[in-house]
Design a protein around this ligand. Structure first.
Ligand code: G3H
Ligand code: 13P
Ligand code: ZN
Length: 323
């Protein structure tokens, strides 16, 4: 058993409390490799933002759990070396079983998500409560989910949104004792969130549902998944350098800015980072076809990623100077 406290990490409780009071959201950025982690830490130190490092079960398989644990420990030391001990949470993204959550808690995660959103309501409650009962004695925070996002969540895919039913949230939170709640208000995972024809507006998020949720569980931290904006200039760059990404669409950043001023305390962004890295790598490899030193294309990818994260922190989440 390794406690996250030995690794220099924190859980999300205090961060969410401050985010709620200060009307901003904590960035939750996914990582799978060193360059992504470096970009996240560099951006967060430069802007003095707290951060949630997210690891999906796919990332855990890809990168190895021991390496990930030591990378997170290294991240706290790296931040210190860069000059600011920003609060860092290591969070399991979309945990799908009690065993996975338990294993993450035992290997240094300070926060876990148990995603029972695809289960019948009572089963979601039972599973979430079981994870909370295991996590809390270790002072690990737990995120649950009510409502299903359209798109793909790890191996599970749903064609349509099942919006969160505000009438369920109070009961769910009370009976599970969960620390934060992901809700479904129209966001979805990936780079193809909305099927809109050229020139057509992207449908707005269901802020009415969010307001109703806030009314029923005042002051309770809410999480938004699927919050990439799919910047069209980055998609155009990918396509300019040989890529083929068509009909992509994301959540407009002004809507996320509005959400971050509400009870939404955590905003999950993964796809935008993937797009930024891909654009930078394609550009180098297309302009310099003879290049074969990975540092020569992963370095620029890291820079582009860092710039993207700084933009998100300052202009979308509002978490700069909150470390
Ligand atoms: O919500 C999903 C995240 O973007 C993680 O994606 O399962 O492909 O690592 P992944
Ligand atoms: P995006 O695919 O919109 O980046 O969402 C990421 C996410 O929700 C991770 O849990
Ligand atoms: Zn998600």
């Amino acid at each position: 058993m390794v406690s996250y406290k030995e690794l220099g990490l924190v859980n999300s409780r205090e961060l969410f409390k401050k985010a709620m009071e200060g009307q901003y959201a904590i960035p939750a950025f996914n990582f799978n490799n060193m360059e992504q982690l470096q970009a996240i830490i560099m951006a967060c130190v430069e802007t003095k933002s707290p951060v949630i490092l997210q690891v999906s079960s796919g990332a855990r398989k890809y990168a190895n759990q021991n390496l990930l644990k030591n990378m997170a420990k290294g991240a706290t030391e790296y931040a210190h070396e860069l000059g600011c001990d920003i609060p860092i949470v290591l969070h399991l993204d979309h945990g799908d079983s009690f065993e996975l959550c338990k294993s993450c808690i035992e290997t240094g995660f300070s926060s876990v998500m148990i995603d029972g959103s695809h289960l019948p309501y009572e089963e979601n409650i039972a599973l979430t409560r079981k994870v909370v009962e295991y996590a809390h004695p270790f002072d690990v925070t737990v995120e649950g989910e009510l409502g299903v996002l359209a798109g793909i969540e790890d191996e599970v895919s749903a064609e349509h949104h099942t919006y969160t039913r505000p009438e369920e949230v109070e009961d769910f939170v009370k009976r599970t004792n969960v620390d934060s709640l992901a809700i479904s208000i129209g966001t979805s995972h990936g780079a193809f969130k909305f099927k809109v024809k050229p020139g057509e507006a992207i449908p707005p998020l269901r802020f009415d549902i969010l307001k109703e949720v806030e009314k029923r569980i005042p002051g309770f931290p809410i999480v938004l998944h699927g919050a990439s904006s799919v910047p069209q200039d980055i998609v155009a760059e990918i396509n300019q350098y040989g890529g083929d990404i068509q009909n992509s669409a994301g959540v407009p950043e002004d809507q996320l800015r509005t959400a971050s001023r509400s009870a939404v305390c955590k905003i999950n962004i993964d796809s935008d980072g993937r797009l930024a890295m891909t654009a930078a790598i394609r550009k180098v490899l297309s302009e310099k076809p003879g290049e074969f030193d990975p540092r020569k294309y992963l370095g620029p990818a890291r820079e582009k990623l860092k710039a993207l994260y700084i933009h998100k922190i300052i202009n979308v989440l509002g978490s700069a100077d909150k470390a």
